[in-house]
Design a protein around this ligand. Structure first.
Ligand SMILES: Nc1nc2c(c(=O)[nH]1)N[C@H]1C(S)=C(S)[C@@H](COP(=O)(O)OP(=O)(O)OC[C@H]3O[C@@H](n4cnc5c(=O)[nH]c(N)nc54)[C@H](O)[C@@H]3O)O[C@H]1N2
Ligand SMILES: Nc1nc2c(c(=O)[nH]1)N[C@H]1C(S)=C(S)[C@@H](COP(=O)(O)OP(=O)(O)OC[C@H]3O[C@@H](n4cnc5c(=O)[nH]c(N)nc54)[C@H](O)[C@@H]3O)O[C@H]1N2
Ligand code: SF4
Ligand SMILES: [Mo]
Length: 752
């Protein structure tokens, strides 16, 4: 007989509640949980694919060890054998310890991909693993994602995780840059897959929604206005808006009056830029900039918010700073309907680190940010010989060959590194370079609490999902794998018997007393809603209470929290931090040059490529047949004028060439993309040899990051520029028969 289980979908930060109908270990259906306090039944198609991951025959259940044909190097002719956990962990710990014993602390590196943040056990392991490894070489997917946001929060508000969240439920003017919530379902703004409804609500309550994006996206139809903007030009647009607001005397600090440093510096800084020229560089008319500025500043509850489209571009740091500055100068910082700050039930900020430029990377001297280096330097740190060269890598929960800039460069580095252990459930484009793969259990075999994504809450709430199935594999969550690996590693690193004894004791204490669930229980107790040290506190939040409420517990709407909540020493917002002021001349040079940067835009590469997400999928969910069946979405959107001048027709296959690579892709000729810009989905390209992923291989698409450039970074924040990359597009053939790549039967057989 079938049963129902409620949990949070862990695939993205939106945190929708799902209802899983199952019969024993067989999942029958996944639906939206109508009683979920956040999502109220809304989900996107992706969550229904989790059942395919659960039952996927390609998902690894036991460690996979590479047997090299030639001990000196990895080759596609190497073979893989399954080994027992004990052997795998001893071997891995030994190899890592040998490298560090011989070559020093920094010879080991760690890389944490996006799935880390969606995974309780992995997330809890980050600080101890980092501590035990003791290496400066720490990398995460953040620098091809949201690092500029963190950078700005650190410099303006004092902590990288003092995340500003647009109060979409109460705003009346929503100015949105570089985000497509109809498809992404809300990024850094967890609404529960109903952002589009919330956009409708804004308009229904008499408010206004304005979108700025080089593509007329799926979200545009929920907005009052959409304006095309040239990629990289958002900082100019924001400068124009801020300029007009000051010029018209509309700037006002609101509640934050008396708590802002640098107010007087802003107007002179933005006035260096001529508004007519801004209109040219952005492609947004001067009259529109003036009108939007006035409307925004005079709205009752305005908020300006932007996401990946303004963090993976040149001047990303400046753009994010200007966006926050705009919110501050209209009095929207920590104001109802403006930018607000959630109060998560687990308060992780005091335990996390926030720093900048306290040391630099070895090869190109990039500054650290909060203890990590940009992904852009990982390759050079592996490939450049010398003291502190990276020789060993622990890679977890990210597929960097497809997701980081310049996939070929990532491959070269992974091929070269002496020893690479991947903690990942699949043998994919990245982990095929590993010496050993340690596979964690599946999504239903472990408990879930969104330790990280509650920082992005649009209401305060909490929810815990227990494991649905306990299997033989359940004891190998990411937490357990890393705990066992690090225990062995630490012990092998030392010859001192006393230290060995101490490590053994610590390891066994952690093993016996600390599992992810218990850590959540403790964190809830000492969080803002917990009992703390008062056993008599009424209605306190606890893990037990969350277990009794499988649809989550509502903890209230977002509330004022500044200035007390600021992490700056003087409890003031820094409106004009020196790092941004000093980066303005770089923008000015680009601006004077008409938005062209010589190194980035050689004349032959006359179009700029930007990315897009697809509604039904998400990188590693290409293992789900139900999500990727049908026509592959990898098409290059191109404007009819750009197509016509290149002889490109409806059924053309085109070569897209950049400084670093070339791909072939069919076109979609459409006026939804602005002239001069082309657009394709990323995280595809499952056609590389040596992987074990039948479903993804059968409908591979091509990888956008074969075109992006590892040297292209926002110089201030180190974030990769994967949007607005210069390319050339030429027709190469006509596609006569574009069939779906795989048949239903072959994949159904596979799952049978
Ligand atoms: N379906 C689906 N949903 C997802 C994910 C997924 O893989 N699939 N991933 C999740 C993750 S990890 C994240 S980080 C979020 C991301 O969520 P979003 O930030 O909403 O991501 P995108 O949909 O890529 O939106 C970025 C937009 O920026 C635009 N853009 C590109 N360049 C520029 C520019 O220079 N200026 C401006 N103004 N716009 C620009 C693009 O056209 C695009 O519409 O989505 C999450 N949700
Ligand atoms: N061109 C371009 N590139 C981009 C972007 C873009 O907009 N344009 N967006 C960027 C963004 S926002 C992001 S977030 C990144 C995403 O890029 P990645 O972080 O590489 O994300 P995925 O491709 O989804 O890979 C997730 C990996 O985690 C593994 N995994 C899944 N579940 C688990 C688990 O429970 N434990 C462990 N250990 N592993 C697991 C999967 O098998 C897979 O290898 O891509 C970035 N790259
Ligand atoms: S939007 Fe989709 S993938 Fe994201 S949490 Fe909701 S159901 Fe899961
Ligand atoms: Mo992301």
């Amino acid at each position: 007989m079938s049963q129902l289980h409620y949990r949070t979908c862990h695939l993205c930060e939106t945190m929708c509640g799902i209802e899983v109908e199952h019969d024993g270990e067989q999942v029958i259906a996944i639906r939206g949980d109508k009683n979920d306090v956040l999502s109220q039944g809304n989900i996107c198609p992706k969550s229904t694919g989790i059942q395919d991951i659960h039952s996927c025959p390609d998902r690894l259940k036991k460690p996979l060890m590479r047997i090299r044909k030639n001990p000196a190097e990895k080759s596609p002719d190497d073979t893989w054998i399954e080994v027992e956990w004990e052997e795998a962990l001893d071997y891995t710990a030994g190899e890592l310890a040998n490298i560090q014993n011989e070559h020093g602390m920094n010879s080991l590196a760690s890389y944490w991909g996006r799935s880390t943040a969606h995974n309780l056990g992995a997330l809890l392991s980050v600080p101890p693993v980092q501590k035990i490894l003791g290496s400066r070489n720490v990398f995460t997917g953040s620098t091809v994602d949201q690092m500029p946001h963190n950078f700005v929060w650190h410099h303006m508000l004092g902590h990288q995780f003092l995340c500003t969240i647009p109060d979409i439920n109460r705003t009346d003017y929503y100015l949105m840059l570089g985000t497509n919530p109809k498809v992404s379902n809300g990024a850094q703004m967890s609404t529960g897959a109903n952002t589009w409804k919330k956009l409708n609500d804004i308009r229904e309550r008499g408010g206004k929604c304005v979108l700025i994006d080089p593509r007329r996206t799926e979200s545009a139809k929920y907005m009052d206005e959409h304006h095309f903007i040239h990629p990289h030009a958002d900082s100019m647009f924001l400068i124009g808006i801020i300029q007009v607001i000051f010029a018209k005397g509309l700037a006002k600090p609101g509640r934050m009056a008396g708590h802002i440093n640098g107010w007087d510096e802003i107007a002179p800084l933005v006035n260096q830029f001529d508004l007519d020229r801004i209109a040219e560089v952005t492609s947004i008319a001067r009259t529109d900039i003036e009108r939007i500025a006035e409307e925004f500043a005079t709205a009752k509850r305005p908020v300006c918010y932007g996401r990946t489209g303004i963090s993976m571009v040149q001047f990303a740091g400046l753009t994010q700073w200007l966006m926050q500055t705009l919110n501050v100068i209209v009095g929207s910082m920590d104001e109802i309907g403006g930018m607000m700050f959630p109060k998560p039930a687990v308060e992780s900020r005091p335990l996390t680190h926030s720093s900048w430029a306290t040391y630099h990377s070895r090869v190109s001297g990039r500054p650290e940010f909060s203890g990590e280096f940009p992904m852009a330097v990982l390759g050079e740190e592996i490939l450049t010989p010398g003291q502190d060269q990276i020789r060993g890598l622990i890679g977890l929960a990210g597929n960097m060959v497809l997701s980081m800039a310049d996939g070929n460069n990532s491959e070269k580095a992974l091929q070269a590194v002496d020893f690479y252990v991947a903690v990942d459930p699949y043998l994919n484009e990245t982990t095929r370079f590993a010496d050993i793969i340690l596979p964690p259990c599946g999504p239903f075999e472990k408990g879930h609490y969104d330790m990280f994504y509650h920082l992005y809450d649009t209401i305060n709430w909490a929810k815990y999902s227990p494991p649905l199935f306990i299997t033989e594999h359940s004891k190998w969550t990411d937490f357990e794998i890393l705990r066992e690996l690090m225990g062995r590693f630490a012990s092998q690193r030392t010859q001192n018997p006393l230290k060995k004894m101490l490590i053994k004791l610590t390891h066994s204490a952690v093993k016996n007393f600390l599992n992810p669930e218990r850590i959540v229980a403790i964190a809830l107790r000492f969080g803002p809603y917990g009992k703390g040290l008062n056993p008599f506190k009424k209605n306190a939040l606890s893990l037990q209470k969350l277990k009794e409420n499988p649809h989550g517990v509502f903890l209230g709407d977002l509330e004022y929290s500044l200035p007390e909540g600021l992490y700056t020493e003087d409890k003031k917002i820094n409106l004009a931090p020196k790092v941004f002021v000093e980066d303005l001349p770089r923008l000015k040079a680009w601006f004077v040059n008409g938005g062209l940067e010589a190194t980035q835009c050689e004349s032959e590469f006359d179009l700029k490529i930007i990315s897009r997400l697809t509604n039904r999928t998400l990188g590693w969910m290409h293992h789900s047949y139900r999500l990727i069946k049908g026509k592959n979405p990898c098409e290059l959107m191109i404007h009819p004028d750009d197509a016509a001048t290149r002889g490109i027709e409806k059924d053309s296959l085109v070569n897209v060439t950049s400084r670093t690579g070339q791909i072939q892709i069919p076109v979609d000729i459409t006026e939804n993309i602005m002239p001069g810009v082309v657009c394709m989905p990323h995280l595809w390209g499952h056609n590389r040899v040596g992987t074990r992923q039948k479903v993804a291989n059968a409908n591979p698409g091509v990888s956008m990051n074969d075109l992006t450039d590892v040297t292209g970074i926002d110089q201030l924040t180190g974030n990769a520029i994967v949007n607005g990359v210069p390319v050339k597009v030429e027709a190469v053939a006509t596609i006569t028969d574009r069939e779906e790549t795989h048949t239903d039967e072959s994949v159904e057989e596979f799952f049978a």
